[in-house]
Design a protein. Structure first.
Length: 320
């Protein structure tokens, strides 16, 4: 509606050097491309195309106001997840600050804070669902099913599991070294195609060492292949993230567990660790977070049973 309104008043005389926000976005993306990972650039470009351009792209920078930006962000906060809104804010803020260095968008405040959005509690697997899934996976001989168990027991990300080679798991100490991630991203040639790429872990903290859960060590030894082979396939060809997700969904159906997304395994792992008394710093190291606050605010979902146990323990001295 905002874009339509601006187009309707397009007959108003504007300065000859008027620039649309689409142009400003294009210029910022080109400046950013060589400074970030390919996967990060793909995310930025996708966010710009899907969320920002349809609402703000056609506006002339000399006509944009803080109210325009504020209304756009408020609508985004209502429609999208907090994680998506954070990326939208980053791209929008960075684009505005870059434009202001060139004398554009000077009337806009590019240092706005992200709008507050309602936190959506991520679903985790209940203890009985975890047991049913683990029991079914234990009956399977395939490396992909072992990979799902490994993610349940370590909190690895999807791309980290897909990029894991046997050479990344020490033979004698049973330690997993996260050294790369595998992702399918949009090709940078604008063709609309996608491509499968290996890249470094998400952050410096994500390049980490994780102990292999003791109950999985015998099966790991039985499945071990040469160092160049991937854990999920047992061959030198990796398993695509989408295919691994499909194997996970098939395992849920076979085990009689309600559908849930793959990332929920990571949330479930974090919640289990906290319920078992794991301290925040150790959990952050296991998950590959640089900031403990991210671990506590995003990945920890105390169960009602654990909250009841704490309340009961605190009240044990009270007279009955």
């Amino acid at each position: 509606m905002l874009t339509l309104f601006r187009k309707q008043i397009g007959h108003i005389m504007l300065p000859a050097d008027s620039t649309t926000f689409d142009t400003v976005l294009d210029e910022w993306l080109e400046q950013t491309r060589p400074r970030v990972k390919r996967s990060t650039f793909s995310t930025y470009r996708g966010v710009a195309a899907r969320y920002i351009r349809p609402q703000l792209g056609a506006l002339y920078t000399v006509e944009m106001t803080n109210a325009d930006v504020g209304m756009f962000l408020e609508n985004a906060a209502e429609a999208y997840s907090p994680a998506t809104v954070r990326v939208i804010c980053h791209v929008l803020r960075s684009t505005l600050l870059s434009a202001q260095e060139r004398g554009l968008c000077s009337q806009l405040d590019g240092r706005f804070a992200p709008p507050k959005s309602e936190r959506r509690e991520a679903r985790t697997l209940a203890p009985d669902e975890q047991q049913k899934l683990a029991n079914w996976l234990a009956l399977c001989d395939g490396p992909a099913e072992f990979g799902i168990l490994l993610c349940m027991g370590t909190g690895m990300r999807l791309g980290e599991a897909c990029g894991l080679r046997w050479g990344d798991i020490s033979v004698d100490r049973y330690i997993i070294y996260i050294r790369r991630t595998l992702q399918r991203i949009a090709a940078q040639d604008g063709s609309g195609r996608t491509e499968l790429i290996f890249s470094s872990p998400k952050s410096a903290s994500s390049a980490r060492a994780i102990p292999v859960p003791a109950p999985l060590c015998p099966r790991l030894d039985a499945l071990r292949r040469p160092e160049d082979c991937f854990v999920l396939t047992g061959s030198e060809a990796p398993m695509e993230p989408r295919r691994f997700q499909n194997r996970f969904k098939a395992a849920l159906r076979a085990a009689g567990v309600p559908d849930i997304n793959f990332h929920a395994l990571r949330h479930t792992f974090a919640t289990n660790c906290v319920n078992l008394g794991c301290d925040a710093a150790t959990l952050a190291r296991l998950l590959g977070h640089s900031d403990v606050a991210i671990t506590l605010n995003t990945y920890v979902h105390p169960s009602f049973e654990s909250m009841r146990a704490i309340v009961d323990k605190n009240s044990a001295r009270f007279p009955s």
